[in-house]
Design a protein around this ligand. Structure first.
Ligand SMILES: [Zn+2]
Length: 140
């Protein structure tokens, strides 16, 4: 099994409205997404696949939706005020944790056309230099 790995960095603010600790306060992170794609066979170029075919659309999507944005639980009572001031906001139907972000990106990437035999192995969202969350599909 071959695996290829690429990373995309972005800056964001968030808060976890249900958290009882300091994560309930608005704060920022320099986030980093790591995407791992795998295949049993290599293509004619000796690649799992051309990573640009995944990285370009994913980077564009993150730039458009998450970079320098406030990532929010859709129940966050700050949202009407932020939207009224045209702050860049992205809402989840859950807390905007690194775990939720990782699963969200897995679902986004699952909609992109991947070459036959290539699959998404794992998505990692690094939130701090010492903390990250991983989403990987369950084995069928
Ligand atoms: Zn945080």
């Amino acid at each position: 099994m071959f695996t290829i790995v690429t990373k995309i960095k972005y800056e964001y603010a968030h808060r976890l409205i249900l958290h009882q600790g300091q994560c309930r306060n608005v704060h920022g992170h320099s986030g980093e997404v790591t995407v791992e794609l795998c295949a049993e066979q290599l293509n004619e170029n000796g690649f799992v696949m051309d990573f640009a075919d995944v990285k370009a659309p994913l980077k564009q999507w993150i730039n458009d939706h998450w970079d320098h944005a406030y990532l929010a639980n859709e129940a966050d009572p700050l949202l009407p005020s932020l939207k009224a001031q045209e702050v860049k906001v992205f809402c989840f139907p859950a807390e905007p944790s690194a775990e939720v972000m990782a699963r969200y990106l897995y679902e986004y990437l699952s909609q992109l056309p991947l070459p036959v035999g290539v699959s998404i192995k794992r998505i990692t969202v690094l939130e701090t230099c010492t903390g990250s969350a991983i989403y990987e599909p369950s084995k069928a």
